[in-house]
Structure formats: C-alpha cells, structure tokens
Design a protein around this ligand. Structure first.
Ligand code: NAP
Length: 288
C-alpha cells in the first residue's frame, strides 16, 4: 500500500481563502480582525515564526501588529504590554512567542492574556474549556491535525487513536480533541514501556515527540492514518518529522509529510482562531 498524502499546504490554502472571505465580510461590517504578536529577544527560529504569522495575517486581510522587544525586557514590562493589548479594541488575538528569555515566567505571561484573546489556546482557561467541552480557543497545532482528519472525511467514532507525546501544547490537547470526537485514546510518552505494542493497535497515530524515526513501518497497522507533528533535522540538516516517512507510507492509508503537512496548518488555525475571536467580539457588541 502506498499512503495518500494529506497535503497541509493545499488544505491551508483552502482554509486561508475562507478566512480571507470571512474577514472581508467582517470588514464590511466595520470590524477588522487584529492579531498582536509579541516577540522578546532574538531567537532566530522565533523570528522566522513571527514573520510567517504576520505575513499570513496580511495575506488574509487581517490587521497584525508585531511588537519586538529586547531580550532584557523585564517581566513587569511584558505583563504591562499584555494588559494594554487586552484592552486594545483593535486586537482580537494576542500571541506571545515562546520560548521567552529565562528571567521571564512564560506561564505567568500566558495567564495574563485575556482568555477571550488567547488565540494560541495556551491559557489555563482555554485548556479547561477544551477539557470540559466548553467554548474556547483550541491550540493551533492539534486543531490543525483535527482539520486534516476532517479533510479526508475520517470518522473517529469507534476508532483507536494513539498520541505519542503529552505536552500541554500538542499531545494532551490532541488527545482531548480526539476523545471529543469519540475515539478511544491512548497517550504514550517517554515512560511508555512498549510503544510499538500501543501503536500497532492504532487506527490513527499522532506523533508529537521531536525525535526522528520514533515511528517506523513495523510499528504501524496496515491502513492506519499517520499524522506527523514532529519538526527535526536529518543528517543533511533538512527538515523532517518524527515518522520514518519512506517506510511508513508503504503501510499507512494516509500520511502527512514534513515539511508541508501539519506545519502550515498551525498558522492557518491561528488565523481561524483570530477571526473567530473577532466574530465573537462583534456579536457581543451587537448584543450589548
Ligand atoms: P515536548 O514538549 O518536548 O514533548 C515531547 C513529548 O514526547 C513528551 O511528552 C515526551 O514524554 C515524549 N517523548 C519523548 N521521547 C519519547 C519516546 N521515545 N517515546 C514516546 N514519547 C516520547 O514537545 P512538543 O512541544 O509537544 O513538540 C513535539 C514536536 O512537535 C517537536 O518536534 C516540535 O518541534 C513539534 N511541533 C511542531 C509544530 C508544528 O507546527 N508542526 C508545533 C508544535 C510542536 P515525557 O512527557 O515523558 O517527557
């Protein structure tokens, strides 16, 4: 079997076009969705990420503000900026790029963002909303994975999903989203004694570890759907995922490539969340 690709670039293009259309409708009603991206320090990878996020906003017609601060910025000053953005009516989403310099408590900063503008979905209120099935923003990467499953018409009901990784930003929210769609979910981590025994039972596997070749062909049930969240470098310094793509594509029914899979979906879902935040703000205004 050679798996079909789930093309994150193509799906992103489609979703971003919809965001652009809906943004234009909001603008016609007098409201432009706005995203503020805050970068502290000069981490090179973070600089690329924030540039891409701002560009994606501009391309879809959203208003975006990039605030760049020196690595010496104090935690108090950053908290003050977040408070100002919370009160800024032109801003519907606030994203503080992680990691922050070591002298700043990242969790404290995330908790300072208004849950109504937490388009990254990292606030504890957003995590609680996801856990209890209440309205709130879903973290963009696992949300993007769910959109990828939706794009192939995959019905999770009665299926066994195995998530490898249990971080707060990918693994755990991924598991909750799959559970919400009635999958039976297993979460694996570095303490899982026999990963292969788990993954061989899976109809859907999400690899979110950050290590090459965590998932190889012998660990995959024929016909399984494999989503690769990992971002690593191979021996030639090229971007690769957690999955041995060449081997696993011969066993799986669907697979996401790296690059061009989950990666572009993350920014796309950030746009989707920001648009949704603006739509909620408008609706609140209209009903006030
Ligand atoms: P993380 O916080 O480092 O979490 C990694 C998880 O993998 C941990 O739960 C860890 O277990 C588990 N793990 C480590 N070794 C393992 C092993 N041998 N077998 C099973 N589980 C193992 O990483 P993250 O933030 O979730 O990110 C994961 C990967 O996704 C990274 O490569 C990251 O760059 C990538 N990522 C991509 C996007 C995107 O847009 N495509 C977005 C976010 C992240 P313990 O909890 O026991 O330590």
């Amino acid at each position: 079997m050679t798996a079909q690709l789930i093309d994150g670039n193509a799906l992103s293009k489609q979703l971003r076009a919809q965001v652009a259309t809906d943004t234009a409708k909001l603008k016609a009603q007098g409201l432009t969705p706005g995203l503020a991206v805050v970068l502290v320090g000069d981490n090179p990878a973070s600089q690329v990420y924030v540039r891409n996020k701002v560009k994606a906003c501009e391309d879809a017609g959203l208003h975006s503000v990039l605030e760049k601060y020196d690595a010496t910025m104090t935690e108090a000053d950053l908290l003050a900026r977040v408070a100002a953005l919370n009160n800024d009516e032109s801003i519907h989403g606030i994203l503080v790029q992680l990691p922050l310099p070591a002298h700043i408590d990242g969790q404290k900063v995330i908790e300072a963002i208004s849950p109504a503008k937490d388009v990254d979905g990292f606030h504890i209120a957003s995590a609680g909303a996801l856990m209890t099935g209440m309205p709130g923003f879903w973290p963009c990467t696992p949300y993007g994975c769910m959109k990828m499953l939706e794009s192939i018409g995959y019905n999770l009901k009665g299926k066994h999903a195995v998530v490898i990784g249990r971080s707060n930003i990918v693994g755990k929210p991924m598991a909750l989203m799959l559970l919400q769609q009635n999958a039976t979910v297993t979460i694996c981590h570095s303490g899982t004694p026999d990963l292969k025994a788990m993954t061989l039972q899976a109809d859907v596997i999400v690899a979110a570890v950050g290590k090459r070749n965590v998932l190889t062909a012998d660990m995959v049930k024929p016909g399984a759907v494999v989503l690769d969240v990992g971002m690593n470098r191979n021996d030639e310094s090229k971007l690769c995922g957690d999955v041995d793509f060449e081997g696993v594509k011969e066993v799986a029914s669907y697979i996401t490539p790296v690059p061009g899979g989950v990666g572009p979906m993350t920014i796309t879902m950030l746009l989707v969340n920001t648009l949704e935040s603006a739509q909620r703000a408008l609706s609140e205004k209209q009903h006030a």
